[in-house]
Structures are given as structure tokens and as C-alpha cells.
Design a protein around this ligand. Structure first.
Ligand SMILES: [Zn+2]
Ligand SMILES: [Zn+2]
Length: 261
């Protein structure tokens, strides 16, 4: 695989997570050489969103999302949490609401509470006119139903770390969302090759979801934003356009969606 860096965007990277505490500055220094022009650090709750905003404030090409991960939504939350998130979402360099969504993968999940929180966060995004970054795992019927019931015609955003098939991808795109492709596209048994070869390039985005889901040949290691080159070159392998054009379009798609200030 050609691992030469290409100008690109990592629209979902948890650089503010503790996994990077020991060497965060070094990882950030490598971003430019890795071709990363824009990086978005998503929040997963109040504290995490604060850390994302702090990190974005220190670096000109890092931006933040304010979010409430479905893992945080399996027990009742006080209204103060939503007030705090809405306040944080007005901070400089916050360019989206995420990650938010539904995750029914783990045994202790509470679907009804997750759905209620997800709807509140969708409405927050609509009222602040911000794009959404959605996490969906093993919850597609409820996800599609809620997106249809909420005012999704005014929603824009990304299905982060997309894990569905082509049919689901098409339904998400029809709802106004883009498909964000993580390093799992390099794994065997991934359904993403079928998706990325069939949809329009304008409907795709690139992400690492670091520190998780490192692409082959780094699988099993801590994922890093610089590894995104493996994902982008893999995507390009399923496209008729040359890799430079693919990377450039994915970057442009991110800039159009998130409207980086
Ligand atoms: Zn996620
Ligand atoms: Zn994530």
C-alpha cells in the first residue's frame, strides 16, 4: 500500500482522551506531515466536551464537537446536563453536535432513555443550526425512525464510523447525512468497500475514531490520526478517481459540511 500522506480531514478523532495524555503534543506535531488539514475532536459528555473545546482552543486546525454519547445515556440525566451542553455548544470552535446517537450493543443499554437523549440532542443541533455527528451501533430501525420523525429535512451531518450496508447508507444519504468511513474499511469482512464504491464521492467523509479501530497494517495498536492515510488510500482503491482527487474531495466535503471558521 502506498502510504504517502495526502491532504485530508479527520472528522472524528478523540485526541483529548487519556490514551493520548503521554504524547499528545508529539501526535499533534505529526498531523501536518500526515496531511491532516482539519481534525475534529468530539465530546462524549459534559467533561469530555469541555476537554475537546480546550484542545481546539490551543490549535488552529483542531475543532470541537459537543456531544453526549449513548453510553452516557443509559441512566436518567438531570436537565442541567443539557443546559450545560447547550452553553458549551456556543463556544468558539464548536462546529457540530456529536457524538450523539444510539448504541444497543452492550447488555446494560436502555433504549428508551437513549432515544430520549438522542432526540433532545438532535433538537439542540437544529436550534443552534449545527451539523450532527451520529453514532449508531445495532440500533438501525430506531435510528432511521427517529431521524424521520424529527425534523431531519433541516438536519445535516455525518453517520460517524459507519457500520451498515449499502441499503442503510443510501437511506442515511437520503436523510441528508454523509457517510463517514473509518479504518475498519481496511479490515477483512468489512461491508464498507461495497458502500464506498457505490455512493457518490460527495457523500463520503474520512475519520479515524482514534484511539480506537486502527486500520490494517496498524490493527491492534492505539489508533492515531496519522494512520488515516491507510483509510484514504483504501477508499481510493474502490473508486475510479485518483487518490489525490479522492482525498481532496473528502476534505472539501468536510469543509462544506462543518463550515470551519
Ligand atoms: Zn462513536
Ligand atoms: Zn468516537
Amino acid at each position: 500500500m502506498n502510504t504517502l500522506a495526502l491532504p485530508c480531514a479527520d472528522i472524528h478523532c478523540h485526541l483529548s482522551f487519556p490514551e493520548f495524555d503521554a504524547d499528545r503534543d508529539h501526535v499533534i506535531e505529526q498531523l501536518r506531515t500526515a496531511g491532516i488539514q482539519r481534525l475534529i475532536d468530539p465530546g462524549t459528555g459534559v467533561e469530555s466536551s469541555r476537554r475537546s473545546i480546550g484542545l481546539a482552543g490551543d490549535h488552529d486546525f483542531i475543532y470541537a464537537n459537543v456531544g453526549l454519547h449513548p453510553h452516557e445515556a443509559n441512566a436518567p440525566l438531570s436537565p442541567a446536563v443539557f443546559d450545560e451542553l447547550a452553553m458549551l455548544a456556543r463556544s468558539r470552535k464548536v462546529i457540530g453536535i456529536g457524538e450523539i446517537g444510539l448504541d444497543y450493543h452492550w447488555p446494560d443499554h436502555n433504549p428508551l432513555l437513549q432515544q430520549e437523549v438522542f432526540r433532545k440532542m438532535l433538537r439542540m443541533a437544529i436550534s443552534l443550526d449545527l451539523p450532527v455527528v451520529i453514532h449508531c451501533r445495532d440500533a438501525w430501525p430506531d435510528m432511521l425512525r427517529i431521524l424521520s420523525e424529527e425534523r431531519c429535512s433541516v438536519l445535516r451531518g455525518a453517520m460517524h464510523c459507519f457500520s451498515g450496508d449499502l441499503e442503510l447508507a443510501r437511506r442515511c444519504i437520503a436523510l441528508g447525512l454523509k457517510i463517514s468511513v473509518p479504518g475498519t474499511i481496511t479490515w477483512k469482512k468489512s461491508m464498507l468497500p461495497e458502500v464506498v464504491s457505490a455512493v457518490a464521492l460527495e457523500d463520503l467523509l474520512s475519520e479515524t475514531d482514534a484511539p480506537y479501530l486502527a486500520p490494517t497494517p496498524m490493527r491492534g495498536k492505539r489508533n492515531e490520526p496519522a494512520f488515516i492515510v491507510h483509510t484514504i488510500r483504501k477508499i481510493a482503491g474502490f473508486r475510479p478517481e485518483p487518490p489525490e482527487k479522492v482525498a481532496d474531495t473528502l476534505l472539501h466535503n468536510a469543509i462544506t459540511l462543518f463550515d470551519f471558521p
